[in-house]
Ligand binder design. Structure first.
Ligand SMILES: N[C@@H](CCC(=O)N[C@@H](CS)C(=O)NCC(=O)O)C(=O)O
Length: 230
């Protein structure tokens, strides 16, 4: 049965989407083999069959699922016998909270911190689209975001405090072993790691040590990704 994950591709085959990383981790957690299909910003015809324009999109036999959260829920429901992503209904509800925290609190700050660097990592044909769409979103020329980058990065590190509190008590956000809430935050940090040389995390940060553990999972799935900056 064909199982394909359509995911964002930048220059030199960099797969930097935080949402696609959530799905990559989730598939690996379930032990499912998957073929990765690259989609560039200006190459969305490839996912037109899904009826929308964002990745990740998962095709699993006759099923098409888009949106990383919907993909995680689909995998949990359809592969219930494989290791659980949520650990039950309460865990799923808590993971939804982490999903919202990452999307609504962390990403707006993080994206502004690294977005200017992303320009160098998208194909020349995608660069104009990327610049125009992001400048429209942020209301400024991308280069101006570099001016207060240090302050923004410090703010981002502060926003990670809830994760630090959890990791002070246990090795993973989900407890003794990683599960979907860990994959959400790992996807967020992987996005930065694959697009920007900016030293976002301090090496003595408990989050840095946790990220190292996440990079080691699944035979170094995330560690060996093309284009990592550290
Ligand atoms: N809520 C969606 C967000 C997906 C999303 O924003 N994907 C980005 C990649 S990071 C995308 O496809 N962007 C295409 C574009 O900006 O044109 C999810 O969790 O999957």
């Amino acid at each position: 049965m064909a199982r394909i994950l359509y995911e964002l591709k930048g220059k030199d085959d960099r797969r930097f989407s935080p949402y696609c990383w959530r799905s990559r981790f989730a598939l690996a957690h379930k032990g499912l083999e998957v073929e990765y299909a690259p989609v560039r910003f200006c190459d969305k015809d490839k996912i037109a069959f899904s009826g929308q324009t964002l990745v990740p999109v998962l095709v699993d036999g006759d099923n098409t699922v888009f949106d990383s959260w919907a993909i995680a829920r689909y995998l949990e429901q359809h592969y219930a016998e494989a290791p659980t992503l949520f650990g039950g209904a309460i865990g799923e509800a808590e993971a939804l909270f982490v999903n919202g925290w990452a999307d609504r609190i962390l990403h707006p700050v993080l994206v502004k911190t690294v977005v200017t660097d992303i320009l160098a990592h998208v194909e020349p044909e995608d660069r104009r689209y990327f610049r125009d769409s992001r400048e429209k979103r942020f209301g400024v020329e991308l280069e101006t975001l570099l001016e207060d980058r240090d302050e923004r990065a410090a703010h981002f590190r502060e926003l990670l405090e809830p994760a630090r509190a959890a990791l002070a008590a246990q090795p993973f956000l989900c407890g003794d072993a990683p599960a979907y809430a860990d994959y959400i935050l790992a996807g967020t940090l992987q996005f930065c790691r694959l697009t920007s040389p900016y030293p976002l995390l301090e090496k003595d940060d408990i989050i840095y040590a946790w990220r190292e553990r996440m990079l080691d999972l699944f035979d170094g799935l995330a560690r060996r990704a093309v284009g990592a900056h550290d």
